[in-house]
Design a protein around this ligand. Structure first.
Ligand SMILES: [Zn+2]
Length: 122
């Protein structure tokens, strides 16, 4: 992985990025050889589109979690994941969404909290 700084037009300042290098053997397209992951993704990234990665912020957040790069800006909650059926850490990535650190699936915080309440009530 390689760390770089780049200007983000959504945040209007320079942000720290990491370029992952995971060459996909079966993928002939060089643009998929690495992903851009923004380390400064946060509550201010409320737009539909993250300009540094050309993806929605939720996708950027999923990359952060998948690459083990989540920062202090993303709080973690313990919850049961309906996708991979593990009791695991969920990284809160926005007001409404969190991501499973095991399988990387996105869930709404409401669903996770409801799930947790139902489980602990048993
Ligand atoms: Zn999961």
């Amino acid at each position: 992985m390689k760390a770089v700084n780049a200007y983000c037009s959504a945040c209007d300042h320079d942000v720290r990025l990491v370029l992952t290098d995971e060459p996909l053997v079966d993928d002939p397209s060089p643009i998929h050889d690495c992903e851009v992951v923004c380390l400064e993704l946060g509550e201010h990234c409320t737009g539909a589109f993250c300009p540094v990665g050309a993806v929605p912020p939720i996708v950027m957040a999923a990359r952060l979690v998948r690459n083990g790069l989540q920062t202090e800006m993303q709080p973690i909650v313990k919850a049961h994941c309906p996708a991979c059926d593990n009791s695991t850490d969920f990284v809160i990535v926005s007001r409404d969404y969190c991501i499973c650190s095991e399988c990387g699936s996105t869930a709404t915080r409401e669903a996770i909290e409801r799930n947790e309440t139902a489980r602990t009530a048993q």
